[in-house]
Design a protein around this ligand. Structure first.
Ligand SMILES: Nc1nc2c(ncn2[C@@H]2O[C@H](COP(=O)(O)OP(=O)(O)O)[C@@H](O)[C@H]2O)c(=O)[nH]1
Ligand SMILES: [Mg+2]
Length: 216
């Protein structure tokens, strides 16, 4: 029993220490005038695909940097860097979320004086990132129709602490059971302050709405 309590207390210490570093990251980004977005969601929800579309649309208007988090690969960074923007991969090893520690370290490798917007793609996971805010201005949670009709309801915490919810893969709405309008209602029931956007990274539908929800 004692061991269990000490594990809990180590976790709490880590969460508190992370909060402190997230505040430092937030101050640094504000000082440099960088607008930042932390994008969370399960593996396969469409985070990288949406980012590829967004970067393609906005790279003529803003100087963009993208940091992608993954346990071991650099697949996402390679996909994004093909669009000609600065990209950095963070490999977390065994960790199922980025932390502010990882982000602070990565930011040392980027010249923030030459960046207007920073997108951070978090490690694909709908649970772990809820404990670790990164210090970005806004958090986006991405879910997709192929994750089934209950994916929003089953992850209330992440929807509570996000600013924008993206319901992706709406091009598949006639094929799968999940209904985007119901998922939208579920998200707003959890957090009425959320901006909810329905998108398809495949067809481009909803991308303008998403970019405007981000204030870009
Ligand atoms: N049909 C459809 N497929 C999508 C959409 N967005 C992403 N995908 C596909 O879903 C898979 C996972 O996408 P990816 O962007 O890698 O997801 P991530 O793991 O969240 O970054 C890829 O095969 C994409 O082509 C979409 O809106 N509609
Ligand atoms: Mg990805």
């Amino acid at each position: 029993m004692e061991d269990r309590f000490s594990i809990v207390s180590v976790e709490e210490d880590l969460i508190r220490a992370n909060e402190k570093v997230a505040n430092e990251v937030s101050r640094l980004l504000a000082e440099k005038g960088v607008k930042s977005f932390d994008i969370v969601g399960a593996i396969g929800a469409g985070k990288t695909s949406l980012l590829e579309r967004i970067v393609e649309r906005l790279k003529g208007k803003y100087r963009i940097a993208v940091i992608t988090g993954d346990v071991t690969t650099r697949i996402d960074a390679d996909r994004i860097s093909r669009h000609g923007v600065e990209t950095l991969q963070i490999n977390t090893g065994r960790e199922c979320a980025l932390t502010a520690f990882f982000l602070k370290d990565a930011l040392r490798k980027i010249d923030l004086n030459r960046v207007d917007i920073l997108f951070v793609e978090n490690v694909g996971n709908l649970i772990c990132p809820a404990d670790y805010m990164l210090g970005c201005d806004k958090r986006l949670v991405v879910v997709s129709l192929t994750e089934g009709p209950y994916v929003v309801k089953k992850h209330p915490l992440l929807f509570k602490i996000s600013d924008i919810a993206v319901i992706n893969k709406i091009d598949l709405k006639n094929i799968v059971e999940a209904n985007p309008e119901e998922m939208l209602r579920d998200a707003l029931e959890i957090n009425p302050n959320l901006k909810v956007v329905l998108t398809s990274a495949k067809t481009g539908e909803g991308l303008d709405d998403l970019i405007s929800a981000m204030g870009l």
